[in-house]
Unconditional design. Structure first.
Length: 201
């Protein structure tokens, strides 16, 4: 199986390739080519680009059907920009979020420009059962899963003695356990395909 896991931080100096089974892949940082941007948020220190999937080193030739991606937290911000970038590259993109209004609005806006190529559903990444159901839904609808982008996350900011245990658990369960649940569910699909890409943002 050819696979790679990337961890993308808010500072381009800490962009790490965490694990790989094939040759190194170049990841570019640039302020140009807005069409190619994955991250458009001004809060991000650098612009992280995803090369065209067919050009990713070590991957098999593209299948006869479009590549399929799943983006968690894809309704706004970095997640939304990632969804748009993948759609522009010809992917079928599935995305999720916790806010019904955000997910519905993003779905409607994206569907106008990419009819039949973008799909969404609500998912609380703190629930392993919900995440597993979502990944199974993607495989059932698309028949494969080539790219998983773990983007969903949140933060509660306060002095430690003012931060409640519930707030802290929500952050840990969403930002740490959520990506694990998604990888745990997606890995068997990618193994059966013989390839897959996982990005943790």
């Amino acid at each position: 199986m050819r696979a790679a896991v990337f961890i993308i931080g808010h500072d381009p100096r800490i962009l790490h390739r965490a694990a790989a089974t094939g040759p190194a892949t170049s990841t570019r940082s640039s302020a140009n080519s807005a069409r190619d941007r994955v991250c458009r948020s001004p809060a991000i220190a650098g612009i992280v680009h995803l090369p065209p999937f067919a050009n990713l080193t070590g991957m098999n030739p593209p299948p006869t059907t479009p590549r399929v991606a799943l983006v968690t937290g894809g309704g706004r911000g970095i997640g939304r920009a990632t969804v748009e970038a993948l759609l522009e590259r010809g992917f079928r993109v599935f995305f999720c979020g916790r806010s019904p209004d955000v997910v519905e609005n993003a779905q409607q806006q994206l569907f106008i420009r990419h009819p039949g190529k973008v799909f969404s559903r609500l998912c609380d990444m703190r629930s392993q059962a919900a995440v597993e159901e979502m990944v199974a839904w993607v495989e059932e609808e698309a028949g494969r899963l080539d790219v998983l982008v773990n983007n969903a996350g949140l933060g509660h900011f306060a002095p430690v003695d003012e931060l409640s245990g519930d707030d802290f658990r929500e952050v840990i369960e969403t930002n740490l356990l959520g990506p694990f649940y998604a990888i745990h569910a997606a890995a068997p699909i990618m193994k059966r395909q013989g390839e897959g890409w996982i990005f943790n943002i």
